[in-house]
Every structure is written in structure tokens, then in C-alpha cells.
Design a protein around this ligand. Structure first.
Ligand code: HEC
Ligand code: HEC
Length: 310
């Protein structure tokens, strides 16, 4: 074991030295390669490669909970989404809030609730807001499996540091203030074919379909995706699916502003009034909750609880 490790290190060292030599030799007959040893983004393992034992079973259950959330965790999901609609590739994709990058950063303090959150507590929040559901209890089979899967993906990553690929890539602010009319155009041209012109998503026979972006079956007010800055960063890095990175920075902000200016399920923290709830939880230029858009006060029609189909 120790020998293999040392041999591995020796090979790494030789390759590194050779690369350095090539890169620093100005008059070499062979030109130096353009890029030398750029630190790659962490590549997590596949759930299928987990061992064939109880631990591996928990890893595989965790992976399936990411992609088949409502089916495997019925009663905990209140909308038409699954975890991997946002945490792409079952939580493996860098730049789409991957689970491996999150795992090594918990427990952590969160401003949202003013306390130290365990990894399981963080996942509960996505059940509550992003899946508009009732979170499984701490220590439940579901949260344990998702946590075990995340730990498996993060194997080999040091804890306490944010690895490259965590969250969504930082997005520059827009040149012009985000605008609904331009956002509606971006949506019609680049998103509606999959997500539907009413934003409600589409079921596809035999496939997983396209998830809803607003309306009763989408994420609730209070979800990260309901804040314009987070949505713009996600969209710029990950959408349109298959053509990610093709939107301009301005287009990403405009379309995020448009989507986050639509009706969606009520914030589970709603109390007293829209004004009070906005002041307490949405006091940010990136949330349109409680503001008037196209003649309608956002959060108003959502404040009557929507019947849930699980
Ligand atoms: C080719 C089809 C396609 C196009 C075009 C597309 N998307 Fe998506 N989008 C998807 C799919 C599929 C997912 C879920 C990914 C998964 O489950 O692996 C998704 C997920 C999302 C999500 C997160 C989940 C949710 O429902 O909130 C957002 C936000 C989103 N897309 C916004 C956009 C925007 C904005 C555009 C246009 C700029 C766009 N998409 C264009 C297919 C598409
Ligand atoms: C509608 C989209 C959406 C869905 C569905 C969703 N999440 Fe999230 N999740 C987010 C956003 C947005 C963030 C915040 C990312 C950031 O701040 O960089 C987040 C953050 C997280 C984090 C912390 C990431 C970090 O790096 O700190 C974890 C863990 C997580 N989600 C797990 C889950 C799990 C498990 C599910 C399913 C039970 C789920 N999420 C469903 C959008 C979603």
C-alpha cells in the first residue's frame, strides 16, 4: 500500500519536473505545450462504483434520491421537482452546486437561520423551499442516504475549503439593470421550447421531462433559485441545457429577473403580511417577493395554500 503510494508520488514528481522543464526552456526545438498542469476540477466517483455492501447500498440510495426524489421520498416533496433538476448529474456537476463541494464545508453557519447547520440540516432546507415540501427528519433514512452519497462523492477532498466548482460560478453584474421585457424575449427564444411557454415544464413520455420554472409545481419563495443573482448564475453556467455558456451575462440576468418575477408557492416562513414577510426575509434587490409585477403583487395569489399532488 505504502509502496504503491510512493510509486504514484514518484511518477507525479517526474511528470511535474518534465513539464516544468519544457515550459521554462525558451529555445527548445519542440514548442512547450500551451497549458501545463492546470489544477483540474475535482472529479467525483460514480455511485455505481460504490462497494457491494451496506455502505454502498446507502450511497446508491442517496444517488437515486437525487434523481427520483418524489418517488423515493413520497410525502416530503410538494412540487414537480427533483434534486437533480438543479444539482445536475445527480449532484456531481461542478458549477451546479455539487454535493461533494458542499459536503466538505459543513457544519457551517448560515445567515438564513442564524445557526450552525449540519449537512443534513442544509439538505432539509432544499426539501422545504426548493421542493416546497416537508423535510424528512434529521437522522431519517432519506437524509442519511443523501449524506452518505455526498460523503462518498467527496472522498479525498480536504474539509473546510471551498473547492473549485462549488455553488455556481460567480457572474458579473449586468451592464444594464435586468429587464422583464428583454427577459421575456430570452425566455421565448431560448427556454420555452423545453420549459413550456407558461413556464410550467413538460412531461415527456418515457423520460424525465422538463421541470417547471414557476407556478404551483415550481420551487417556493425562499428557495435559492427564487433570488435573481443565484438564478442568473445557475442559468448562465448551466442553461439552455446542451448549450450552456451560450447566453450573454445580460441575457442571463434578464431571464432570471423574468422567471423570479412570476407566481410561485408561498414562502413557508410567511407570517402576518406580505410586507412583514418581505421585510424579514426578502429585504434584497434580488428578491421580487411582495413587489408589484404586471399589476400583481408577488406572493399574494400564492399566499392561499396550493393543493399538493405528490
Ligand atoms: C433543451 C431543453 C432545455 C432548454 C432549452 C432549457 N432548459 Fe432549463 N432545464 C432543462 C432540463 C432537462 C432541466 C433539469 C436538468 C436535469 O434534471 O438534469 C432544466 C433545469 C432548469 C432549471 C432548474 C430547475 C427548475 O425547474 O427550476 C432552471 C432554473 C432552468 N432550467 C432555466 C432555464 C432557462 C432560463 C432556459 C433558457 C435560457 C432554459 N432553462 C433552457 C432543459 C432545458
Ligand atoms: C430548484 C432548485 C433546487 C432543487 C430542486 C434543490 N436544490 Fe439544493 N440548492 C439549490 C440552490 C440554488 C442552492 C444554493 C447554491 C449556492 O448558494 O451556491 C442549493 C444548495 C444546496 C446544498 C448546499 C450547497 C453548498 O455548496 O453549500 C445542498 C447540500 C443541497 N442544495 C442539496 C439538495 C438536495 C439533496 C436536494 C433534493 C432533496 C436539493 N438540494 C434540491 C437549488 C435546489
Amino acid at each position: 500500500m505504502k509502496r504503491a503510494l510512493l510509486a504514484g508520488l514518484a511518477i507525479g514528481a517526474t511528470a511535474g519536473a518534465a513539464a516544468m522543464f519544457v515550459a521554462t526552456r525558451p529555445h527548445a526545438a519542440t514548442p512547450a505545450p500551451a497549458t501545463v498542469a492546470i489544477a483540474p476540477v475535482f472529479v467525483p466517483p460514480l455511485a455505481a462504483d460504490a462497494p457491494a455492501d451496506a455502505y454502498g447500498d446507502a450511497v446508491r440510495l442517496g444517488a437515486r434520491l437525487m434523481t427520483d426524489t418524489a418517488k423515493l421520498a413520497p410525502g416530503y416533496v410538494g412540487n414537480g421537482l427533483v434534486c437533480s433538476n438543479c444539482h445536475l448529474d445527480a449532484g456531481r456537476k461542478a458549477g451546479a452546486a455539487p454535493l461533494w463541494a458542499a459536503f466538505v464545508n459543513f457544519p457551517a453557519f448560515r445567515k438564513k437561520n442564524g445557526e450552525i447547520n449540519s449537512f443534513q440540516k442544509r439538505v432539509q432546507d432544499c426539501f422545504l423551499y426548493s421542493l416546497n415540501g416537508t423535510p424528512p427528519p434529521l437522522g431519517s433514512r432519506e437524509l442519511l442516504a443523501i449524506e452518505t452519497y455526498a460523503a462518498f462523492l467527496a472522498r479525498g477532498l480536504p474539509s473546510g475549503m471551498s473547492p473549485a466548482g462549488r455553488g455556481f460560478p460567480a457572474l458579473a453584474p449586468p451592464a444594464l439593470p435586468a429587464d422583464d421585457a428583454r427577459g421575456a424575449n430570452v425566455f421565448a427564444e431560448k427556454c420555452a421550447s423545453c420549459h413550456g411557454s407558461d413556464g410550467a415544464g413538460q412531461a415527456v413520455a418515457g423520460g424525465t421531462g422538463y421541470p417547471p420554472l414557476w407556478g404551483a409545481r415550481s420551487f417556493a419563495w425562499g428557495a435559492g433559485m427564487a433570488t435573481i443573482d443565484k438564478a442568473a448564475a445557475f442559468i448562465h453556467a448551466n442553461m439552455p441545457l446542451g448549450q450552456e455558456g451560450s447566453l450573454s451575462v445580460q441575457q442571463a440576468w434578464d431571464v432570471a429577473n423574468f422567471i423570479d418575477g412570476q407566481v410561485r408557492p408561498q414562502d413557508p416562513r410567511y407570517s402576518v403580511s406580505l410586507e412583514a414577510t418581505r421585510k424579514r426575509h426578502h429585504d434584497s434587490p434580488f428578491s421580487r417577493y411582495g413587489t408589484v409585477v404586471r399589476g400583481e403583487r408577488l406572493g399574494e395569489s400564492a399566499s392561499t395554500p396550493v393543493a399538493r399532488e405528490d
